[in-house]
Design a protein. Sequence first.
Length: 80
Amino acid sequence: MFRNPEGIYHLEFVAAVESDDPSQRLTVHIGNQAYTWKPSGNPEMIMDLHLDPNTTIFIESSKPPAYGHSIDICLTINPL
């Protein structure tokens, strides 16, 4: 949970994948919205969003599974 007041935020997700094979897809849940991200094709996902107070951000791997290969993700959040 992100302890934030309501407002517009700049979110930068950056990923480093251990292996491009298989090409993993991630689903990023931000509040009630879901976004699909393929970090092997684009290691950055950058967006400006209106966030409700105490927004929950959850990232899960979609198919194909990572088969034990790690995906490291860094998230930077700045209010606008």
